[in-house]
Design a protein around this ligand. Structure first.
Ligand SMILES: [Mg+2]
Length: 329
């Protein structure tokens, strides 16, 4: 199968403040495959080293090394250390002759700004039918945040669910105080707390998950399939946030699910990938059947619509010409 690749860099709609500083653009590699009968397929490698994947330069080096004709055997040699590349090539290969996909829209979690703005921001997505919300914590003091949360929990309708994301920003003592508070005041509306402690505190995370009532999800701790596997072997009893674009070959999740990983323990989330990867992820979701709202509410930063025709793919392949350098094989 012949293939081409091109690097893109797309400015974000608004800067994104992260623990690694402010991000202003998102880079990746688009792949285009074509078989001898003229069937095409597309893939996207969207690494995010700040969130634990390989670097874009590592993926560029891979693309430069691969031969001009791909086979499944060649794709299978992409190392575990390049999970975003594994995802891009495996999904590109699977898409050849299969596009466009028929995809269903899954419920999406609405992101609320940190602090008091959340008290106003939940209402518009609620009116549009969204029932799951996420609010960043560990931004203000616990007392201030618990004050706001009391008001927010009282305002949210009973069927609404709220996720709290600490992004690893608590220490153990703060986390214990928070969980004691949530176990008393959560009101049945707290779906889970995401990454209460930094990823290196894995023993404390395990102990917390075994002792508190409120559910805990690992996010920063589990980026690649290898890390997910590692945590399952440690006996992690809680939820796992999966960012498919950084996870590796989707087949590895299929294997874990066949081996008994319960689908309700998974939360699927975006890594700010572009439209090609997003559409590939939604195709995977047809197999994975998510049980929880998706963490794909990223429109504020990047527009990544699902691609519903071959013309959409072709337009997306060319859309970023102005931003990226183009490489052809
Ligand atoms: Mg998170």
């Amino acid at each position: 199968m012949r293939w081409q690749w091109r690097i893109y860099e797309e400015p974000l709609r608004e800067p994104l403040a992260t623990a690694q500083g402010v991000w202003r653009s998102r880079s990746g590699i688009y792949l285009r495959l074509e078989d001898e009968q003229g069937h095409v397929g597309y893939g996207e490698i969207a690494p995010l080293p700040g969130w634990g994947s390989e670097t874009l330069s590592a993926d560029i080096a891979l693309c430069q090394q691969l031969p001009p004709h791909l086979t499944p055997e060649i794709i299978a040699t992409i190392p575990e250390a390049l999970p975003a590349a594994q995802f891009g090539f495996v999904t590109a290969w699977q898409s050849v002759g299969q596009l466009p996909y028929r995809l269903r829209p899954w419920p999406i979690c609405a992101l609320l700004g940190s602090g008091r703005v959340a008290l106003e921001q939940w209402q518009q997505p609620w009116q549009q039918g969204q029932t799951t919300f996420k609010w960043k914590v560990a931004v203000l003091s616990p007392e201030e945040e618990q004050g706001i949360l009391t008001t927010l929990l009282a305002a949210l309708p009973q069927v609404a669910k709220l996720r709290l994301d600490a992004n690893g920003g608590w220490d153990l003592a703060t986390a214990e105080r928070w969980f004691a508070w949530l176990d008393r005041h959560g009101n049945g509306k707290i779906e889970y707390v995401e990454q209460p402690l930094p990823p290196d505190q894995w023993q404390a995370l395990l102990t917390l998950a075994q002792t508190v009532t409120t559910a805990i999800a690992l996010d920063e701790s589990v980026v690649s399939a290898t890390e997910v596997q590692h945590w399952l072997e440690r006996g992690w009893p809680g939820l796992l946030v999966i960012k498919p674009a950084l996870f590796g070959s989707p087949e590895r999740l299929n294997v874990l699910l066949r081996e008994g990983l319960e689908p309700q323990r998974l939360v699927f989330s975006s890594a700010l990938e572009g439209a090609i990867a997003r559409t590939a992820i939604f195709q995977c979701l047809e197999t994975w059947q998510p049980c929880r709202a998706l963490g794909f509410g990223i429109e504020r930063w990047r527009s990544a619509p699902l691609l519903t025709s071959l013309a959409d793919y072709d337009a997306e392949w060319h859309r970023l010409d102005n931003y990226g350098k183009n490489y052809y094989k």
